[in-house]
Design a protein around this ligand. Structure first.
Ligand code: NDP
Length: 500
């Protein structure tokens, strides 16, 4: 059932969010009692003071995680036992979805509608899906002669650091925690400093579900301290990171300068939304174009902000997508009538507004939106036409509601411009010609191509990026589990009668 605005505000008023770190099964202050503030970007008010974990806190959590891993209570228990606990966690998330969604909304500025959709449906489904996979994943037997039996088995990789962004706080936690825990790893989660609260609340549910002490640790803090301490820790085996390309690069450096831990990266994008000349400019297409750019206020790594539209359709498209953008309601994230909530922080709002000014200065035409309002961090969805592929707003990841229409002359030019980027996360193609759709899908160097609809895929399909959008690691699908397991060969020599 959808929450009403009044009910959502009542829940928000009744919350007293926990800002303590969760280490070895206990909520605790950071060493020396250091804290930082988390602010509601829709109201510019304090939500909670949160423990700022230091390198010493990371040490404590890694010791607990390693102890738990070595003990085998989780890492070596029967997969069906891990499954039972994770299924219980999925149900607890469903049971507490309203409270979690309101908490996440006031912490992040995301709309309640999006938070309910993610937390009421997607997050528990992730725990459920990987729980179900845990006791259905088989190893292999290699083809040897009769003098050996060779088993190829997967084992949990050890202690894993999960470093999260702020745009989908609990969903990104679930994307990484569910396969890592299902595989049998012990984990340290570092939520983004802007949005730590829903993940901390999840820790209480995980404990209630039966995750043993030390297997899950949540370490709020700032990137340069807590995040870096995780990246440089010599007893963490793997880091899985989602965030900016710049910080993804830091994690490779941290690994190189510490223990060569494996680093999985999911980073930024500048994804194209391509409309070929034979596409049907239906209401459905316009809806996909608008949602691909403005969903979550454009704060989405796979947002399709470069809309490459065949010149023959560009004017009509611009008029209709502008009208659609103007119909988005921007405002109180807790109101179910709102489509776009607040940008995550004032700094981020200013950064996005800077791009809008740059777009105008460099000669693109602002057709609608692009206005900031306060005291919260709001921006109305901006549509630019006449965008040139060399302009800043066509090249850099803005991470806000700024759609740019780039007119193109045919499929080959669309493909060339689409590929001319450092990123490679996602692309959408609209065409009625199946051969052109397949051609484009095969040639676009990115992790996901969606045809005749904007989609990131779903839980069953791997998600990640080519080029500077990612490493070979993938979230989601059975591929996600590969990030958290080691492959072992067990070679058993046999002495068969008459074969010595
Ligand atoms: P960051 O990459 O800075 O942050 C992602 C995570 O890394 C956070 O947990 C952050 O901690 C941590 N981190 C930051 N600096 C360091 C560091 N020096 N060492 C270790 N960990 C660190 O993303 P931002 O949140 O600042 O967003 C900046 C831009 O990144 C966005 O505007 C967008 O372009 C892109 N981005 C892409 C995302 C994606 O989904 N691919 C998601 C989020 C951002 P803390 O928050 O405490 O600093």
């Amino acid at each position: 059932m959808t929450l009403t605005r009044d009910r959502a505000h009542a829940i928000a008023d009744s919350l007293s969010p926990n800002g303590l770190a969760f280490i070895d099964g206990k909520f605790t202050d950071a060493q020396h009692g250091a804290t930082f503030d988390t602010i509601n970007p829709a109201t510019a008010t304090l939500v909670a003071k949160v423990a700022h974990c230091s390198a010493a806190d990371v040490d404590r959590a890694v010791e607990a995680a390693r102890r738990a891993f070595t003990s085998g209570t989780w890492s070596r228990c029967a997969p069906e036992d891990r499954k039972a606990v994770l299924l219980k966690l999925a149900q607890l998330v469903r049971d507490n979805a309203d409270e979690l969604a309101v908490l996440e909304s006031i912490d992040s500025g995301k709309t309640l509608t999006d938070c309910l959709n993610e937390i009421g449906r997607e997050v528990p489904n992730f725990f459920q899906w990987y729980a179900e996979l845990a006791d259905k994943s088989f190893g292999k037997v290699a083809p040897t002669g009769e003098n050996a039996l060779a088993l190829i088995v997967k084992e949990p990789a050890g202690v894993v650091g999960l470093v999260l962004p702020w745009n989908f706080p609990l969903l990104m936690a679930a994307w990484k925690m569910a396969p890592a825990l299902a595989a049998g790893c012990s984990v340290l989660v570092k939520p983004a400093e802007q949005t730590p609260l829903s993940v901390l609340r999840l820790a209480t549910l995980a404990q209630e579900a039966g995750i043993p002490d030390g297997v899950l640790n949540v370490l709020p803090g700032l990137g340069e301290t807590t995040g870096q301490a995780i990246g440089r820790h010599r007893d963490i085996d793997i880091v899985s990171f989602t965030g900016s390309t710049e910080v993804g690069g830091y994690f490779l450096r941290y690994a190189g300068e510490s223990n060569l831990k494996v680093v999985g990266l999911e980073m930024g994008g500048k994804s194209p939304f391509i409309i070929l000349d034979d596409a049907d400019l239906s209401d459905d297409l316009i809806e996909h174009a608008a949602m691909s750019a403005f969903w979550n206020g454009g704060q989405n790594c796979s947002a399709n902000m470069r809309q490459l539209v065949d010149r023959t359709l560009a004017d009509d498209f611009a008029e209709r997508v502008t009208a659609r953008a103007q119909a988005f309601v921007v405002g109180d994230p807790l109101d179910p009538a709102t489509h776009i909530g607040a940008m995550v922080t004032q700094e981020h709002q200013a950064r996005v507004m800077g791009y809008i000014q740059t777009g105008t200065r460099e000669g693109a035409r602002l057709l609608a939106g692009g206005e900031a309002s306060g005291p919260g961090c709001f921006i109305s969805p901006a549509v630019f036409s006449g965008v040139n592929p060399g302009m800043t707003i066509a090249r850099e990841e803005i991470f806000g509601p700024v759609l740019g229409i780039v007119p193109v002359g045919g499929m080959d030019e669309a493909l060339r411009i689409a590929c001319d980027t450092d990123y490679g996360l996602h692309a959408t193609v609209f065409t009625r010609d199946i051969d052109r759709a397949i051609h484009m899908a095969r040639r676009l160097p990115c992790g996901t191509v969606s045809v005749n609809g904007f989609s990131e895929g779903d839980i069953k399909t791997p998600f990640g990026g080519y080029k500077r959008s990612g490493s070979l690691a993938r979230d989601n699908g059975t591929e996600a589990v590969d990030q958290y397991v080691q492959t072992k060969t067990i070679w058993i020599s046999t002495r068969l009668p008459g074969n010595a």
